[in-house]
Design a protein around this ligand. Sequence first.
Ligand SMILES: [Zn+2]
Length: 309
Amino acid sequence: MARPDFPRTASEFQDWFSTDEACYRYLIESRWPDGFVCPRCQHRRAYDLLSRPVMKCRSCGYQVSVTAGTVLHRTRLPLLQWFLAAYLMTTYTPGISAVQLQRQLGLKRYETAWTMLQKLRRAMVRPERDRIVGMVEVDETYIGGLERGRHGGRQRDSSKEIVVGAVEVRGRGSGRIRLGVVEELSGDCLTRFVEEVVATGSVVLTDGWKGYLPLEKKGYDHRPVTQGDAKNAAKFLPRVHRVFANLKTWLSGTHHGVGSKHLPHYLNEYVYRFNRRRTPMAAFQTLLGLAGQREPTTYHMLYDGESNG
Ligand SMILES: [Zn+2]
């Protein structure tokens, strides 16, 4: 299935999507790039129901939603606002806050902007189910409150969350990343995270914390790169530490901190945007659910000419 083209620049975006009607046409083109086909009778012609995004088969009368399976389904907001929100969220490098989105879209209520971003964030989960592979740095950090060394042996402060990160080593740079929240720094929690996000057989670089030791038995080539002194971790695991630093800057700078209830969704957004950082405009299309089931070129485009980051 051919992927419909997507705008490459901000001015192209404005040209293409100046009205709800234009967004609606784009949805139809994305869903049926080779023309409409009725799922019930295979007839190829349909009426537009202009009142809502539905196509009605001219032969059997079957009605097909144009937005089914996308974040736009059953929304009461104009399509144009969703297109703009998805565009800003994927292409604006530091990410966009609900306050900024409210202003950009001219929305009366902050809650509307916040809910849109949450819905888009949830739509960012699906394509991230495959596991990263090769040589991978894994480490963990605390989000919220002050950092505390895990060797201190104190009870964990419930206002802080433990975030584990995994980053593919690509030359001197980074490939794809995965982030997750874990309950505790135990072997169970840490190995479960790695098993979920890193392909078996991969080389896993860690700081040698005992929670990672079971990895060897789980089919990974586990290589502790520092022993004992956790201060060395940033030096020997530079990619995952850079991801943690940027993540914290983003959470505190753009979003002024995020509560633990919503943290997993923000991590999803961070991962989604990071992994598509070379192709933000394609990410816009994927986010709206308009790029078909597969991700045709994103990862290849991502790795082309990868040398840092
Ligand atoms: Zn039909």
